[in-house]
Design a protein around this ligand. Structure first.
Ligand SMILES: Nc1nc2c(c(=O)[nH]1)N[C@H]1C(S)=C(S)[C@@H](COP(=O)(O)OP(=O)(O)OC[C@H]3O[C@@H](n4cnc5c(=O)[nH]c(N)nc54)[C@H](O)[C@@H]3O)O[C@H]1N2
Ligand SMILES: Nc1nc2c(c(=O)[nH]1)N[C@H]1C(S)=C(S)[C@@H](COP(=O)(O)OP(=O)(O)OC[C@H]3O[C@@H](n4cnc5c(=O)[nH]c(N)nc54)[C@H](O)[C@@H]3O)O[C@H]1N2
Ligand code: SF4
Ligand SMILES: [Mo]
Length: 661
């Protein structure tokens, strides 16, 4: 290879879930889009996307399979590596049972790869398969699944441009999903739509907002309940929708009436007037949309209070099942949606069908020759917690749990306690350091297949170059492992053959074909009879099959909001789930390493701008530079997620700050 990708081959940007189309046009300066692409319809790319071909440093690539011998990882042939995996997996299943294995997969990988990955796990006899989509948006997806029947973004990016009001909460799309923000939301706001931003910190998204509400971290559910209370008090709700499409309204109203507006506003430390104004803006709009991100998932906890409060708001105002509205989860990684659609989830088969659905299991079983087990597996975090204790062997596909799951010490000792760890990655990571076998895989530009973006569009990737040296495509590795480790059919010529099987196993993809995808995208649900997928979900009935969705209780319970006397609540953001900012890029920029602190808190501690300080939490400490800023609220400090890593435990973090001596 000449080191550069082939010109004019089309693929999908690997750097976030917006799913912009990219190609290499021979210009060494970077990737390009093209007009009429499915998402970036004017051919626009954000600066990150333009650099998509430079994400991986060739020097750092894994190019040979590695096997641990006498403590060291040694380069070996593929056959030797496969033999070792076959032996170890076989031994663990014989000595324990298939549930002694865990499979952590892979929003950086394609739909076909995730499908093969979960098929491998299930054919071996375990539902211990999950992917890190869980970590980013767990509570929002669970709340949506429970109440609406689907965790998928309810609307499309294109129809969001019709919204008259946006409520963006715990999300900073101006920085994190720039093309979605600039091409769809910014244009609507420029045309007169309102933008309400709820975030304890002002960021790039706030610049476009007409209202910014900065609650105490962790009080979002409460603030949304106050918005709901105003809408009810002022009669701004959609009576017709409530009557026809919801249940539990009376009990809900009774609970909201009980709320003491001023006391709760004080608890969240928000301005009552601003909350009421925001409620009027949202309630009076004909079409109003919620955009939610990882900020309402802080703590890694799985409670769904905020997501439930937001769904209550949307049901109350009739903003579900129509254009320019809905619950729009702005996902993070390129194929986070697709990894879930393909079944890399412990409780779901391909197409989000419950693992407990006997008919679905039987249908899949007919295709595979072996039925998947009926018992749902644990979640990714539960699996990681069980490393070395219940879980004896793990297969990690394109993840870096040593850094990104739980606190790093717990994970490191768990990884060491495993009898056998297989990692399939493109580079050395903190996780490969614990591995028994490392398989050198492929990056996005070396592979073909499909990925599914945040607004449910399936798009096709085409390989532009070959993997370096002895590295292989993820797809080929997974097919070989399936062949070697199981008695089932894993003999696929190419990703198209797997996509055909996936569309048979996943009713939401039924009727799609890789060939048709070449001329654009196809959106799920895509029933075979239709010529196009559904852009707005829940129109006449909810995906759950029900005509009505329930209101849920209003939760205003204790919020873990205050630090003790000297402490400050740490908020993090600019979460780096992507390859550029984490393993490959290695570090955050200098500007992002600063600790944003409010002038009042800085004064109290005698801190000045650019001063070096130590920030300490119960888990660890980091050194950083002070940046006095009104972008954060008093009582909180902000640090880039990557820089904050040593400080984060399993709960909301409070920190103390001392001058560096
Ligand atoms: N401390 C901390 N924890 C976090 C976050 C944080 O910022 N800080 N962010 C959270 C978020 S939002 C996310 S999404 C997760 C991310 O969690 P992870 O996904 O575990 O983190 P990454 O570093 O993106 O790991 C991805 C790995 O996949 C490899 N890779 C990339 N492309 C391919 C491919 O095509 N094939 C294969 N086989 N490997 C590939 C990369 O080299 C990298 O090692 O972490 C969450 N947890
Ligand atoms: N450039 C770039 N883009 C990316 C990524 C990347 O690494 N780099 N990663 C991708 C990935 S994997 C993901 S998951 C997405 C993440 O994208 P976002 O979900 O937008 O993630 P963040 O910027 O980490 O956090 C969003 C906001 O949540 C706020 N927040 C913190 N605590 C609270 C709280 O209690 N309440 C409220 N309301 N807000 C709070 C933070 O201040 C921050 O402004 O970005 C994707 N896009
Ligand atoms: S918005 Fe996301 S998908 Fe689009 S170019 Fe930027 S990083 Fe790539
Ligand atoms: Mo993420």
């Amino acid at each position: 290879m000449d080191g550069l990708p082939h010109e004019d081959t089309k693929s999908v940007c690997p750097l976030c879930a917006v799913g912009c189309s990219v190609r290499y046009d021979g210009d060494v300066d970077g990737a390009r889009g093209w007009p009429d692409a499915p998402v970036n319809t004017n051919g626009e790319l954000c600066p990150k996307g333009i650099g998509a071909f430079d994400v991986f440093d060739e020097e750092e690539r894994l190019t040979r399979p590695l096997v641990r011998r006498a403590g060291d990882l040694e380069a070996v042939s593929w056959d030797i590596a496969y033999d070792r995996i076959e032996r170890e997996f076989g031994r663990l299943i014989a000595e324990y049972d298939p549930d002694a294995l865990a499979f952590l997969g892979a929003p950086h990988c394609t739909n076909e790869e995730n499908y093969l990955f979960q098929k491998l796990a299930r054919v071996l006899g375990t539902n211990n398969v999950d992917n890190r989509a869980r970590l980013c948006h767990n509570s929002t997806v669970s709340a949506m699944e429970d109440r609406l029947g689907s965790g998928g973004m309810t609307n499309s990016l294109a129809d969001l441009a019709e919204a008259e009001a946006f409520l963006i909460i715990g999300s900073n799309p101006a920085d994190q999903q720039p093309v979605a923000f600039d091409s769809y939301i910014r244009s609507a706001v420029n045309d007169g739509a309102h933008l309400i931003h709820i975030d304890p910190r002002a960021n790039a998204t706030t610049r476009l907002a007409d209202t910014h509400i900065a609650p105490r971290p962790g009080t979002d559910a409460l603030v949304v309940a106050l918005v709901v209370k105003t809408i009810l008090d002022e009669g701004l709700f959609d009576e017709g929708f409530v009557e026809e499409r919801t249940t539990g309204f009376e009990a809900f109203v009774a609970a909201v009436e009980e709320l003491d507006f001023e006391a709760l506003a004080e608890r969240a430390a928000v301005d009552s007037h601003a909350v009421r104004e925001a409620a009027r803006t949202f309630g009076e709009a004909e079409r109003a949309a919620v955009v939610a991100g990882t900020g309402i998932e802080e703590d890694g906890h799985s409670d769904t209070d905020t997501a439930d409060a937001l769904l209550n708001l949307l049901l109350l105002t009739g903003n579900i099942g129509k254009r320019g509205a809905g619950m729009n989860l702005f996902r993070g990684l390129t194929n986070e949606q697709g990894a879930c659609d393909a079944g890399a989830l412990p409780h779901r088969l391909p197409g989000h069908r419950s693992i407990e659905d006997a008919a679905a299991r039987a249908q899949i079983g007919k295709e595979w020759g072996v039925e998947p087990p009926a018992e749902p597996g644990p979640t990714e975090l539960e699996l990681v917690r069980a490393f070395g204790n219940g879980v004896r062997g793990a297969f990690v596909l394109g993840e870096n749990p040593a850094v990104t799951k739980l606190d790093s010490e717990t994970v490191a000792s768990g990884l060491d306690a495993l009898d056998f760890l297989l990692v399939q990655d493109v580079t050395h990571t903190e996780t490969t350091a614990h591995a028994d076998v490392v398989l050198p895989a492929s990056i996005w530009s070396e592979k073909s297949g499909t990925v599914t973006n945040l607004d449910r569009q399936v798009q096709r990737m085409h390989a532009m170059e070959a993997p370096p040296d002895a590295a292989r495509r993820d797809f080929d590795i997974l097919a070989t492992l399936g062949d070697r480790l199981t008695d089932c059919e894993f003999d696929y010529d190419d990703p198209a053959a797997v996509f055909a099987e996936l569309t048979a196993a996943n009713p939401q993809y039924a009727g799609m074909s890789e060939e048709d995808l070449d001329s654009g995208s196809q959106r799920w649900p895509f029933p075979e009879s239709a010529t196009a997928g559904t852009d707005v979900l829940h129109r006449d009935t909810f995906v759950s099959g029900e005509r009505r969705a329930p209101f849920t209780p209003v939760i205003t319970g204790d919020c873990p909001v205050d630090a003790d006397d000297d402490g400050l609540v740490l908020i993090t953001g600019s979460r780096s789930g992507d390859i550029a900012n984490t393993t490959m890029g290695g570090s955050v920029g200098t500007a992002e390493k600063t600790l944003a602190i409010h002038p009042t808190d800085a004064d109290e501690r005698g801190l000045i701008d650019d001063e070096r300080v130590a920030v300490e939490s119960a888990c660890g400490s980091v050194e950083t530079t002070v940046e006095i800023s009104e972008s954060v609220r008093p009582g909180t400090v902000f640090l880039h997620a990557r820089a904050a890593e040593p400080l984060i435990g399993n709960d909301r973090t409070t920190v103390t700050i001392t001058k560096h001596t």
